[in-house]
Structures are given as C-alpha cells and as structure tokens.
Design a protein around this ligand. Structure first.
Ligand SMILES: C[S@@+](CC[C@H](N)C(=O)[O-])C[C@H]1O[C@@H](n2cnc3c(N)ncnc32)[C@H](O)[C@@H]1O
Length: 550
C-alpha cells in the first residue's frame, strides 16, 4: 500500500470536526512537548513514537491534540504538566484555594532539568530545552504552524499526516512536500513556548484526576483527596492486590506450604488451637516465651539459646512454649492487636496457611485477611508529595496494611536504581532482608535477597511518608516458615493514632534515638560536605535527623 499522503486522493479523510471520537494509542506517543489554547480548547503537542524510528529519523511527527483524544495517554500529559513552571495563569480549579502552588514531585528527570535553572524551577528557556533533541534531523524549511498546503485543519500536524483507524488516530510519515514541514529540532518553537506560558492546563488536570479516581475504584476502602493543588497521583502507577513477581524471582505455591496438623484442630477449643503455641507446627521458629518454661524445658531451652547464636531466627523452638503474636478479640468491634513483645522486638510473625488443619477461624490469621481500615491518599502541604491517613482511630498494635509491589532480583534492582539516578535511589524499594544471615546454605545475603519495588505497582501504603518519629512500623509476617525470601511487609500502628493523622514509618528503620543526641548529630551533618546533596527530611519531628536516607 502506498504511503498515505495529504495530497493523495486515496488517502483517509483528514481529521476534523468531531475530534473527540478518536484517541491516540498509548504506544504511539513518545512525549508531550508543549500546549496551547486553540479556539478555547486546550491542546497538547504530541511527539509521535514511530515504529523502528529514532530521534534522528526523518519521520518524526508532531501533532496537536485535545485532551479527549489523549484519554489513553494522560500519563504523558501528566509528566509534561509536572515539569511546567510552578506559577502559571488560569490553572486553578474554583475548588482549590487561591494562591495554592503546584509542587513538583521528586524524580531524576526533574533533577536533570532543574539543574539548568538556578531557582530549581523550570524557566521557559529550560522548558524549551526539554524537547529540543539535537539528534533530530532537520527536515528543511522551518514552516510556521499554519500552512496553506496543509489540508488538516485540526489537529495541526507537522512532518506527517494522521489517519483514522478503528476508533484510533494513527500517524503516517509522508514524503509529500505539501505536508507541513518543520525543523523537528525546533519544536516547540519560541512562539509555541510563549503561548504555552499563557495557556491553562485545567482540562488536562481534570481528566487526570478523573483517570486516577477510576484507577482507585479497584481498591477497596481507599479514597484520595487534594486540598493543596490540582494534581493527582501518578497515572503511571497500577494498583495491585498481591506481589507481582519479576523475572528470575521464584516463590513456592501456596498449595505447597507446610501447614500445621495434629493437634491444631479446626474447631479449636481448650489447648487445641494455634494460640496454645507449644504445639502448633507453624510456630516452629517462633519466639519462645521464657515465662512459660517448665522445669522439664530447661535443657531444651539451653540448646535453643545456643542454636540462636548460629541459626538466628531459624533456631528450632519445637516443643518449647511460644509467644503468640496476636491479642485476638472476640468482639469484632475491638480490633486484633500485635502483642507487646512482637511490637517491641520485631521478631518475625508466623501465621497459619492454606494447608493448616486449623481453618479460617484460627487466631493466627490476621495479616492474611487483609486491610480492614479505610485509608485516604492525600496531598501533603509541605512538599512531601502524597501521604496516607486513616479515617478511623487506630489502636496501638493494630494491623493496617501490607507493602506490595514488584518483587525484583538484586540485579534488576541495581539496574533500576542506576536508571533512576542516585537521587531517586531507594524511594520505593523495600528489601526482603529479614532472614539474611539465617540461611543454612549462606546463600541469602543483603546482596542476593529480593527487593519489593512499589514505584510503578503497589497498594496505598506505597504513598506512606517517612518520619524520624513514626507512628507505624513494618513487621515481617510469614505464612511459609521455609521460605526465607518472600514474606509480607506488614504495617502496624505503634501508638494509638487519632483519625486523619498522617501515617508514617521510619524509612531507615532506626532504633529510637536519644533526644539530646539529635541536635549534635544534625550539626555535624550540616558541616559535612558529603551531606550537601542529600535529600532533606521534612517530617517535622522533634528528633528529625534532617536527611531522609540517613
Ligand atoms: C515511598 S515515597 C512516599 C510517597 C511520596 N510522597 C509520593 O508522593 O509518591 C518516598 C518519597 O516521598 C518523599 N518523602 C517521604 N517522606 C518525606 C519526608 N519526611 N521529607 C521529605 N520528603 C519525603 C520523598 O520524595 C521520598 O523519596
């Protein structure tokens, strides 16, 4: 089939009129490079991704599109808007307080761009630079945005033509000289950039908010709100309900987990339930309760203490009295809570699993039943991006939710970290390193353990911010005592938390520090040049360490 051209009589009819019927395919878009207000409609300049093409390819095509045509590609629009200068005209919704400023999210991309601007914000000059790749070959004459020869009224297309295809818009390169030709290196040109500084992004922001709301519908008991600006959380994020295993990551099937049998009974009862943990086989490695030791246990306990030195958390405690992890209430209104010992000692928690005889009413099943509390993802007002609060009162020891995401090998994690740049390091990465050093084969180390990446896939807990004095903590919960590599990262409240209080945890999981030490350490850090480029912590706690990853 000959390439369609604007002057060919056999070409598809030009796109005009009812544009909203047609949408671009996600895979077609390379990026959004500018925007404008055209006949009272917001339009975005799309740089097309042409199959097999590179930035040096002559077939580079740009075209202007209204928001509805970009409904499948809004994450590109969102990325573009987030890089715009902070204060722009006509962008606020009526619902947003006047003067609310747009905060840019922390990303490696923003770092690279921001570095050319002394204020840290994009100036129109920087902004033009974003899309001016020198590798794009000049296509000759640099025409203006309108051309007599160009038959397409709307959207305006440069260096190619657009066609309708099964409800989509697709771009075709064209060698027809009548097609609007521009020097692709000069898009967006200075006049486009100037227009963009005056054009609102309101329609796009509303569409992005609606798209995020639609995504959130799949997540039960979760809302989002923003009283600070017009942004929504990244659309480049997928809500999932369980770990997604990356390449090279293996996990035993739930069917293959070793469960507890005799004497744990489905109907439980006196001394038969898993909460009488001397017997329950799931608690083979659980913490021993010294206070319940009987005379006959002494020799066994001495051996256990010896084993702990070499086997760590895998010391065999069979036959010894254990610490049951949960205080399970009969009354459903009072939530189950984690016992003080586990809250303080961070000892791994073992829950029963699918293959246990005890059945679903077993008291050793809390985290696996999932979140019960309503969470809200909200925009923080001091530049920490999105945060999370619970709508209801949480009691000390109450389970909140788990941290989920893609489970990655160490190699893949390193690759992503390098790609993201050092400043984005560890933002959403959670190492599954609780059992490092306990593996009898010595294969599980900090360098070989799996890592959970919540950046592109995860649950609401991925939005929880850091505090140096946190109100939540993460605990290891295992359903398969023999799998040292994959377990749940479960957040519990470590204090009573009133409704609508931001939930936080310590990203560096540090022990509580003495208040007197804090100012001294902070001053030493402030004087240390190594700290100059480190990301500052804005948790506002009295014991704030001043740096996020310290
Ligand atoms: C796991 S994410 C938390 C969710 C994040 N706020 C968002 O909007 O996606 C971690 C990032 O949040 C920001 N952040 C979290 N806690 C912070 C704090 N105490 N001070 C400053 N920034 C913080 C940092 O940009 C950090 O890299």
């Amino acid at each position: 089939m000959p390439p369609a051209s604007a002057s060919s009589s056999s070409r598809s009819p030009p796109i005009s009129g009812a544009r909203t019927t047609y949408r671009l395919r996600v895979s077609d878009v390379s990026k959004i490079v500018c925007h404008r207000l055209q006949n009272s409609t917001e339009e975005y300049l799309v740089r097309w991704k042409i199959a097999g093409g590179s930035t040096a390819n002559k077939s580079t095509i740009y075209s202007w599109h209204c928001v509805s045509e970009l409904s499948k590609c809004l994450h590109y629009v969102q990325e573009y808007i987030e890089k715009l200068p902070k204060s722009r005209p006509n962008t606020a919704f009526v619902a947003i307080p006047a003067g609310a400023s747009r905060k840019r999210k922390f990303s490696s991309d923003s770092q690279a761009i921001g570095s050319s601007s002394s204020s840290g914000n994009l100036t129109p000059r920087d902004w033009g630079h974003v899309s001016r790749e020198p590798s794009v070959i000049s296509l000759g004459s640099s025409s203006s945005t309108t051309s007599e020869a160009a038959p397409l009224q709307t959207p305006t297309v440069y260096n190619g033509i657009l066609q309708r295809k099964e409800g989509r818009i697709v771009a075709k390169k064209s060698d027809d000289p009548a097609i609007q030709r521009v020097d692709a290196r000069k898009l967006p040109d200075q006049s486009m950039l100037k227009d963009a500084t005056q054009a609102p992004v309101t329609a796009a922001e509303q569409a992005i908010q609606a798209a995020f709301q639609a995504k959130l519908r799949s997540v039960k008991n979760t809302e989002w709100e923003n009283h600070v600006d017009n942004t929504a959380p990244s659309l480049n994020f997928t809500f999932i309900s369980d770990f997604v295993l990356g390449k090279g990551v293996y996990r035993s099937d739930a069917d293959a987990h070793v469960g507890c049998e005799n004497p744990c009974r489905p109907n439980m009862g006196q001394n038969l339930g898993c909460e009488y943990p001397r017997e329950c086989a799931c608690l083979e490695y659980a913490a021993v309760d010294k206070d319940l030791l009987k005379e006959g246990d002494v020799a066994r306990y001495t051996q256990y203490i010896e084993d702990r030195k070499t086997d760590g958390f895998l010391a065999d405690s069979r036959g010894l009295p254990k610490r049951f992890p949960y205080r399970v209430s009969k009354d459903r209104i009072v939530p189950s809570t984690l016992m003080k010992f586990y809250l303080e000692q961070r000892y791994p928690i073992y829950e029963c699993n699918l293959n246990c005889d005890c059945g679903p009413v077993c008291k050793s099943r809390v985290v696996q039943k999932g979140r019960k509390v309503p969470l809200v993802i909200f925009k923080t007002s001091n530049g920490r991006g999105w945060g999370v609060y619970c709508k209801e009162h949480l009691v000390k020891g109450e389970f909140i939710d788990t941290y989920i995401g893609e489970v990655l090998t160490n190699e893949e994690t390193n690759r992503r970290e390098e790609l993201a740049g050092k400043d984005n390091k560890a933002s959403y990465l959670y190492s599954l390193d609780k059992f490092c050093g306990d593996d009898p084969n010595n294969e599980l180390t900090k360098d070989t353990c799996y890592v959970v990446d919540g950046q592109h896939m995860g649950g609401p807990t991925r939005f929880i911010n850091h505090s140096c004095e946190p109100n939540c903590q993460q605990y290891t919960v295992s359903y398969n005592k023999h799998d040292l590599r994959i377990y749940d990262l479960a957040f519990f409240a470590v204090q009573d938390i009133p409704p609508q209080t931001e939930l936080t945890f310590d990203y560096m999981d540090q022990d509580e520090q003495e208040l007197e030490d804090v100012p001294r350490k902070r001053e030493a850090k402030a004087a240390d040049p190594a700290y100059r480029d480190k990301q500052r912590c804005d948790c506002g706690a009295r014991k704030c360490r001043w740096y996020l990853w310290e």
